[in-house]
Design a protein around this ligand. Structure first.
Ligand SMILES: *Cc1c(COP(=O)(O)O)cnc(C)c1O
Length: 494
């Protein structure tokens, strides 16, 4: 896809403003470019080591074939996650120096309150140290033995906290999401008809919470439309079930809405974010994603009047697990960086470049005929390992096999979002079959350059050429009970 670029002079405090047109739509003069260039330049560099193929073969074997055991210094391009791996801006680093490290009532806390209340428009905001801390504080207040939680798709830590609270998670994503080759907008959506069916089947009293994950991480960073959020909220309202947003990628989701949803092209990202959040009762958020920080999370409650009791319980539980409610497990400097990051994530030029990175990678895979969750989502490219290794069954973890091969090929670290990550049935102990076998190439924010993207694409293409010679997958030789993929040991099947 070629685009035309016009670049106004950068002002002192704002990034260069690009005006991009699809050439096919507008024609016109200007420089034709193949990708959207970085709207920043580099001020601090972090050197990388490059091992040989043989050295990497040895490293991954020593790591029990589990990428979480690799040392980061042995990784050339780290696509394990986009969580907390982002590059902060000069403004955020300047904020770090202004962190107020007081135990109670720090000025950094009030800065964060002003920013987060402005962006999300909620009455109560609770900082926590990361997303799963928000889940640990909130979920047991709605879930327990005999209850269910329904989501478009639960992320792994959210699913774990539903189970830890004694309840059972149910995924309810639209059919289109389950077919990686089917190109449709908003493949992250909730299947609202199925949602209503599930509520009636289990009875509304047993549904403790409905959770909308934006973007839908496990389905490939696929966005959810405003229309779908509205419809889901209406069903929750009808049956008096609380509605929560798992909001890690609030800005990327809003960008897709602005780009693709009818009637949203003239709304700002901030307006769209506020509208999304206006339909929910509460949210949990890992700020390590779209708020572009290395550590942090938020929990929000929209209506302080209606949920006054809940807010009190959140504060108490936060004190038990995270620390006083004015710091929530974070240093004052983290609160400062987050107060700036929640705004930086909303910048249209930045979001266009970020999603442009995914689109560029995807276009290289298209040229090579390599399958991925299409169209590409917001924070990474999710390779369809089932398509690359059709001969490896889910219980031999084809996506994990692809991760190991990519590390050997080019020192790229990515992770399995498939049956290896999903784990065993909590009731029967049997290996579950995941809806997908994805190897996720998560792209950290503002970290890797265009040249890195080409290395990634070339490595995937190389592995795909030798895929048929990789006959078998992996078996687990040791695993913990919950969230096993972080720690399990694997062995290639001979
Ligand atoms: C990352 C993430 C979480 C958990 O957040 P942490 O900060 O890693 O604890 C929860 N939900 C979604 C959708 C996520 O992407």
């Amino acid at each position: 896809m070629y685009m035309v670029l016009e670049c106004s002079m950068p002002t002192r405090h704002s990034a260069c403003r690009y005006v991009l047109y699809h050439k096919s739509l507008f024609g016109g003069d200007g420089m034709a470019i193949k990708y959207i260039p970085e709207p920043f330049r580099i001020k601090v560099v972090e050197p990388l080591k490059m091992l040989t193929f043989q050295e990497r073969e040895k490293k991954i074997a020593e790591a029990h074939n589990n990428v979480f055991y690799l040392r980061s210094e042995d990784v050339y391009i780290d696509l394990l996650t986009d969580s907390g791996t982002n590059a902060m801006s000069q403004f955020q680093w300047a904020g770090v120096m202004q962190g107020d490290e007081a135990y109670a009532g720090a000025s950094s806390y009030f800065k964060l309150m002003d920013a987060a209340k402005d962006v999300f428009n909620y009455d109560y905001i609770q900082p926590v140290h990361q997303g799963r801390a928000a889940e640990k504080v909130l979920l047991p207040l709605f879930l327990g033995e005999g209850k269910f939680a329904i989501s478009n798709m639960f992320f792994d830590t959210t699913r774990a906290h539903v189970i830890l609270a004694g309840a059972r998670p149910i995924d309810c994503v639209v059919e289109a999401a389950l077919d990686p080759a089917k190109r449709a907008p908003f493949k992250g959506n909730m299947d609202v008809e199925k949602l209503e069916r599930l509520i009636k089947e289990h009875t509304p009293e047993k549904i403790g919470l409905v959770v909308m994950t934006i973007t839908n991480n496990s389905a490939g960073g696929q966005p959810v439309s405003i229309q779908n959020i509205k419809e889901t909220a209406a069903i929750c309202g009808k049956y008096a079930i609380p509605f929560s947003i798992d909001a890690a990628r609030y800005a990327e989701n809003a960008y897709f809405i602005q780009r693709d949803e009818a009637g949203c092209q003239n709304k700002s990202i901030k307006e769209i974010v506020r509208e999304i959040f206006s339909y929910a009762d509460m949210f949990t958020m890992s700020a390590k994603k779209d708020a572009i920080v290395n550590m942090g999370g938020l929990l929000g409650v929209r209506d302080g009047q209606k949920y006054g009791g809940l807010i009190q319980e959140i504060k108490s539980r936060c004190i038990e697990f995270e620390g006083l409610y004015t710091y929530g497990g974070l240093a004052g400097r983290d609160l400062e960086a987050l107060a700036i990051g929640v705004y930086e994530g909303l910048d249209n030029n930045y979001l266009r470049y970020r999603v442009g990175q995914m689109e560029y990678l995807a276009s290289r895979l298209d040229d090579a005929g390599i399958a991925y969750q299409a169209p590409v989502g917001g924070h990474g490219v999710f390779l369809d390992a089932r398509a690359m290794f059709p001969h490896i069954p889910y219980y031999e973890y084809p996506a994990q096999a692809l991760c190991v091969e990519l590390y050997k090929e080019a020192g790229i670290r990515c992770c399995d979002i498939g049956s290896f990550m999903l784990g065993n049935d909590p009731d029967t102990g049997e290996q579950l079959k995941a809806d997908f076998e994805f190897s996720r190439l998560a792209i950290p924010r503002r970290v890797y350059t265009q040249a890195h993207l080409d290395v990634i694409a070339d490595a995937v293409i190389e592995v795909s050429k030798r895929a048929k010679n990789i006959k078998r997958g992996y078996k687990i030789t040791w695993e913990p009970q919950i969230l096993r993929h972080f720690q399990a040991h694997l062995e290639p099947i001979a």
